[in-house]
Design a protein around this ligand. Structure first.
Ligand SMILES: Nc1ncnc2c1ncn2[C@@H]1O[C@H](COP(=O)(O)OP(=O)(O)OP(=O)(O)O)[C@@H](O)[C@H]1O
Ligand SMILES: [Mg+2]
Length: 457
């Protein structure tokens, strides 16, 4: 046995303690011994032991008390209690309190060695387990994707499962929720990571160019095709292609895309030669693609082909626990980038950011933090530095602007107007769900519905 394993003996019976110390040292352990509980607990607190042998009867504290203190201080340390043969009941209590084992006096040294070996093995397995869990957790965090909320943890779990497959993934989520970030993480953590990740924003490329952008063309295929062009699909061979804003793709290209996905091959425009493809397809949309299918603007068969594994990214307002960690994440980033290491937000400013509904999600939050770090003079960002819409929303009803002109107003009208505005805002915040809006307004749902009817909303 190596001498790294540290055993602490707590026993007030001098001969017994000294013998144990001697024998354990001979067996190769690193041994310390004390004759009272207080010194023993202090050593444990200093992290000086891996295993504690404690006599149940000590002058200052009972062995059970020491056991409890050690379990609290350092739950990873195993405690073995030593009992006189008359104290079987106490031994049982000790086991219930979490002792690893007990041995009776006079101590049989072979028995003691076996107990210690078992305790070591248990410790090793436990720490390995903790290590594995930690590793798993780290992988679950996908490098730079912040998401402690349950909603994001669910996303990470799903991503973990997606990594084991090669199926087509369709990402749903409002603008700025991290669709591209997730697509990249899926690529860079997956088995295709040695190959290319090729992103195509279908919404940003003029319709006339999109086809050749995706599939390539040969020289002379059309006017202006002065040389061969490799399409994005071919460029992504063995890797991943990310088709962003897939909902904007025109119908005739949808048919062609479907063919490419089904056949796993492309032909460049103007070419008769087909190229075999091995590409993982991840697409993304912030539109209601199913609605588009119903309306006939998106091919149903293509939708199913793309939507083998759907993954929904929740809007930031539905995972408010993530707001502060994200603020800190971006604060770190821009502090570093803009060489302003000491700038920070005060509590009131953080509160306002936490209350805001972030219609532009993480992207909006990132932009706000960047602007704050860039533009705030001095080191403390306060609510006065924040954009008006964020502070206004934070202020809630207290911030209502009351404008009573000298000519007077029609009060019922003004109140109706105010109600309309509040309901509109609540519906927006609640994503159009009346039950959520009612909750935000402190009304029950039927009252809200009646009011809406009365106000003509
Ligand atoms: N959970 C997150 N943790 C850290 N950064 C994030 C997170 N989500 C998004 N971001 C960052 O926010 C920005 C917007 O994310 P991304 O471009 O992936 O969103 P998107 O859903 O593709 O948006 P859009 O629909 O507008 O294209 C990026 O800079 C991204 O790195
Ligand atoms: Mg995007």
């Amino acid at each position: 046995m190596d001498n790294q394993f540290r055993v602490l003996v707590i026993d007030d019976d001098d001969p017994s303690r000294e013998v144990m110390e001697l024998l354990l040292r001979k067996a190769g352990f690193c041994v310390q011994s004390v004759n009272n509980g207080a010194d023993g607990v202090a050593l444990v607190r200093d992290g000086a032991a891996d295993l504690v042998l404690v006599d149940l009867f000590l002058p200052d504290k009972s062995g059970i008390e020491i056991l409890r203190e050690i379990r609290q201080l350092a739950p990873e340390i195993e405690v073995v209690v030593i009992t006189g043969h008359a104290s079987a009941q106490t031994a049982v209590t000790a086991m219930k309190e979490g002792a690893f084992d007990y041995i009776t006096k006079p101590v049989n040294f072979d028995e003691l060695k076996i107990v210690i070996a078992k305790a070591r093995e248990t410790q090793r397995l436990l720490s390995e387990n903790v290590y594995l869990k930690k590793q798993l957790l780290e992988r679950f965090q996908f490098n730079n994707i912040i998401g402690g909320s349950t909603a994001m943890q669910r996303v990470f779990e799903r991503m973990q499962r997606i990594l084991k497959t090669d199926s087509t993934v369709l990402l749903f989520g409002e603008s700025g929720t991290g669709k591209e970030l997730v697509a990249k993480a899926l690529h860079h953590n997956g088995r295709r990571k040695a190959y290319a990740f090729v992103a195509v924003n279908c919404g940003a490329i003029p319709e006339a160019l999109l086809e050749s952008e995706l599939f390539g063309h040969v020289r002379g295929a059309f006017t202006g095709a002065v040389r061969d062009k490799v399409g994005k699909f071919e460029a992504a061979h063995h890797g991943t292609i990310f088709l962003d804003e897939i909902g904007t793709m025109p119908m005739h290209l949808q048919s062609k895309l479907l063919r490419v996905l089904q056949e796993q091959e492309v032909d460049r425009i103007g070419s008769t030669k087909t190229v075999k493809l091995d590409v993982r397809v991840i697409s993304a949309t912030n539109a209601d693609l199913e609605g588009q299918v119903r309306q006939g603007t998106f091919r149903e068969d293509l939708f199913y082909r793309l939507n083998v594994i759907p993954l929904h990214l929740p809007p930031l307002r539905e995972r408010r626990e993530d707001i502060l960690p994200l603020v800190n994440h971006f604060l770190d980033k821009f502090r570093h980038l803009m060489a302003r290491p000491t700038i920070s937000l005060n509590k009131a400013a953080l509160d306002a950011l936490e209350r805001y509904h972030w219609p532009g999600n993480v992207r909006e939050l990132e932009n706000v933090v960047e602007r704050l770090v860039a533009l705030t003079e001095g080191d403390a960002i306060t609510p006065e530095d924040l954009p008006a819409e964020i502070v206004d929303q934070g202020r809630g009803s207290r911030g209502l602007c009351l404008d009573l002109s000298p000519q007077g107003i029609d009060m019922p009208d003004a109140i109706a107007d105010l109600e309309r505005k509040l309901i509109g805002k609540a519906l927006e915040l609640g994503g159009g769900v009346k039950a959520k809006a009612a909750l935000l307004l402190g009304l029950n749902r039927t009252t809200l519905v009646e009011k809406m009817k009365r106000l003509g909303i």
